[in-house]
Design a protein around this ligand. Structure first.
Ligand code: WTA
Length: 706
């Protein structure tokens, strides 16, 4: 990895140092051509796709994706953009997502595995659910939602569950009735789940008693009462909780049930066994689910995804980019609690009658070869994972994959940039030089992949996510809205010129924020109803090479991507401030060899309070309680004061520079410049530290959209 050319940070207008700016930058690499054997069987091999999906053919090109679904009523308008940037895809059409993922496959694939669940304990054999069985389980659970929990079309439900087969069953049962699900990552705390339940106004929560993680049974139900209390304190009463059991009939949690509120699914479902409920025909634009994600403000926002547009995009990209056929065994190691799991574990693969694998545990339990054993045993041929997992496995067992008979045809990565050294190991050792490697860049907001190679058509280039996916036309703008041309070796803000079916519809309950956050920055005419005037602003820094491949540098806002998981610095700071001794908190991203980035916490204490290890521990615990263990910081640094501007704003960029041993830049305008050297000594010690310069040409970045 070549460090970037020395370039002094020149961003007077904000006090932050972003992920994109601490990015390590690597050299442009040669391309690799996919294997003929892969091309021979791929779903998308016709190069005319580029022409068919050119801007000239927008939006009608997306008919091809809409036509991959089964509609109860065919749409009348492919794109209704009369209220840009609020779009309606496949307007006038009606369909049901669970019908598209299950019912329509029964005649041909009823006896084929839809979902294969692999528990973490290796003594437990994998369990396959056929499409017939999935149909039965989804129907009975949908009836329970309707007739026992009293839910109806349009209601919201919060689902706080681990990686088990019951999670897609729950989601598809909601979808069957048009109930909008909000899945909260199982590793998030009760508080985090409760806040999402309140924001989405969920009166029903669905959870599970326990699950295995790293060899231990986690008592997940312990989060429940806190979640309900948090929701209540924010004005939302949870009056019914449905609890799946990891082992039906056996108690795996010490938490007593709350009478009248908490119900065990395997008891409550009995009256509905073997009963069928017709899928509710939903308008294309009806919301299918909300997925909360971190943004620039303290509160996570609920990204609202549609039924028709989202499903069409999930199916289309799963077919063309993941290359899923009904005969494939596809495994995505993401968690269903994130958008990747929604689109590429549940909705996309099942819409295509694929077989999707769900693994309960961590990749390294009981050892770093666990994933290869699972893949070998199940005959997984499409493997989808995050660079952070690849780095970790490579570090622990660099020759591990060589000992297995795994044969992958396509290996997709998502969540973070994959640096060339990691890419090469993945390609050569995991894929044995035979599998295509497909690096996909996208976001919770985008519903599906945005930049990616088309695996049988485009050369793979280590370190680059690739060109825009079919029908996605990306552009890089500088701060002033000028296009940065391809090949200019300058970074800027990556945007998409046009809408697409997977793009979120709005932020739940806050359409103005949706507009402000994603579209206002480069809009020149606020009254325009023409989609061309509303480029989608993604919030990532990127560079485009001469051949139209995009290299993503990272977030340019207050979001830190930790091991492929998106965390808001403001959320972590609010958590720190719940510790009574803490006066001020600042969270900055630091580079980490395995996890990409980690949050590092700086706090100053209230007058008269002495720093101590006990306070540091309290801060860590507060973060785990408010958010979850994934947000645990690399370090908590108690400093005598924060570096501040004369107007009192904390200069996080100075702290980030110190944490990342980068040059701190000009600090003469600070109110308290002396503190900088004090903090530097505290963090870096007295030895002379070689400082690094920041990422390339950062002067083109820096959008704070809010
Ligand atoms: C980052 C996950 C580089 C990016 C699907 C984005 C990536 C954020 C890549 C979204 C990639 C995702 N290369 N960076 N291939 N994929 N990112 O919402 O910063 O959890 O904005 O969606 O992850 O994270 P989110």
């Amino acid at each position: 990895m070549a460090p970037s050319p020395p370039e002094t940070p020149a961003k007077e207008h904000t006090s932050e140092l972003t992920e994109a700016e601490i990015a390590v930058h690597w050299k442009e690499e040669e391309g690799f051509i996919p294997q003929p054997k892969f091309i021979g069987q791929a779903n998308l091999t016709d190069p005319a796709v580029n022409e068919r999906f050119s801007l000239e053919h927008f939006p009608e090109c997306f008919r091809e994706f809409g036509d991959m679904l089964t509609w109860d009523k065919y749409w009348t308008q492919t794109l209704d953009s009369s209220n840009a940037p609020f779009y309606q895809w496949f307007a006038g059409g009606k369909l049901n997502a669970s019908y598209n993922c299950i019912d329509r496959h029964l005649a041909q694939y009823g006896n084929k595995a839809a979902v294969i669940f692999v528990g973490e304990p290796e003594g437990e054999d994998p369990v396959a659910l056929t499409y017939n069985e999935l149909y039965a389980r989804v129907n009975e659970f949908a009836l329970l939602l309707r007739d026992f929990a009293g839910l109806k079309t349009g209601d919201r439900v919060t689902i706080h569950m681990p990686m088990v087969a019951e999670l897609p069953i729950t989601m598809l049962a909601c979808a069957r009735l048009g109930i909008i699900h909000t899945v909260v990552f199982g590793g998030f705390s009760g508080e985090a789940a409760g806040r999402r339940a309140a924001d989405s106004q969920s009166r029903v929560v669905i959870t599970m008693d326990g699950y295995y993680r790293n060899g231990k049974m986690i008592d997940h139900l312990q989060n429940l009462d806190v979640a309900c209390e948090t929701a209540k304190s924010e004005g939302q009463v949870v009056d019914k909780v449905l609890i799946w059991q990891r082992y039906p009939g056996k108690v795996s949690s010490a938490k007593p049930l709350v009478p009248g509120r908490d119900f065990l699914v395997n008891e409550a479902v009995k009256p509905f066994k073997n009963k069928i409920v017709a899928p509710v025909s939903m308008p294309s634009e009806a919301p299918l689910f909300l997925m909360y994600t971190s943004g620039t403000t303290g509160r996570p926002k609920g990204c609202q995804h549609s039924t028709g547009g989202y499903m069409a995009y999930a199916a289309g990209t799963s077919k063309w980019i993941q290359d899923i056929h009904p005969t494939d065994v596809y495994w995505c190691t993401a968690d269903i609690g994130w958008i990747t799991g929604h689109t590429y574990i549940v909705y996309g693969p099942l819409a295509l009658a694929g077989t999707t694998v769900i693994y309960e545990g961590v990749p390294t339990f009981p050892d770093a070869n666990r994933l290869w054993r699972i893949a070998e045993r199940l005959g997984v041929n499409i493997f989808h994972t995050a660079p952070t997992a690849i780095r970790q496995l490579r570090k622990l067992a660099p020759d591990g994959p060589k000992n297995f008979r795994t044969v992958f045809k396509n290996m997709t990565t998502v969540g973070e940039p994959i640096e060339p050294t990691t890419w090469h190991w993945f390609y050569e050792t995991v894929g044995k030089g035979k599998a295509a490697v497909t690096d996909t860049w996208w976001q919770t907001e985008t519903g599906g992949v945005v930049c990616t190679t088309k695996p049988a058509l485009d050369k793979m280039k280590p370190g680059s996510a690739g060109p825009g996916a079919p029908g996605i036309h990306c552009v890089i703008f500088d701060e002033n809205g000028n296009e940065i041309p391809p090949g200019s070796n300058r970074a800027g803000n990556i945007c998409v010129r046009n809408p697409w079916p997977g793009l979120m519809q709005t932020i739940w309950g806050d359409p103005e924020k949706f507009k402000r956050q994603y579209f206002v920055k480069y809009n020149k005419n606020p009254n325009s109803k023409d989609w061309r005037d509303w480029p989608y602003f993604a919030g990532d820094g990127a560079m485009e090479s001469a051949d139209g491949y995009f290299r993503i540098l990272g977030r340019i806002d207050d979001v830190i991507n930790v091991a492929g998981h998106r965390l808001g610095t403001k959320e972590i700071e609010s958590a720190c401030l719940t510790v009574p001794e803490v006066a001020e908190a600042a969270v900055v991203p630091i580079m980490d060899e395995v996890r990409g980035r980690l949050p590092e916490v700086y706090v100053s204490l209230k007058p008269g309070i002495q720093p101590s290890k006990a306070i540091e521990d309290k801060v860590v615990r507060a973060i785990e309680t408010e958010i979850g263990k994934i947000a645990r910081p690399s370090a908590v640094r108690i400093v005598p004061d924060m570096p501040k501007t004369r107007s009192g704003k904390i200069m996080r960029r100075v702290l980030a520079s110190i944490s990342n041993t980068m040059e701190v830049g000009d600090i003469t305008t600070l109110a308290n410049p002396d503190i900088v050297e004090q903090i530097r000594l505290q963090v870096q010690g007295t030895g002379k530290v070689q400082t690094k310069a920041a990422a390339p040409e950062i002067k083109d970045f820096g959008a704070k959209s809010e």
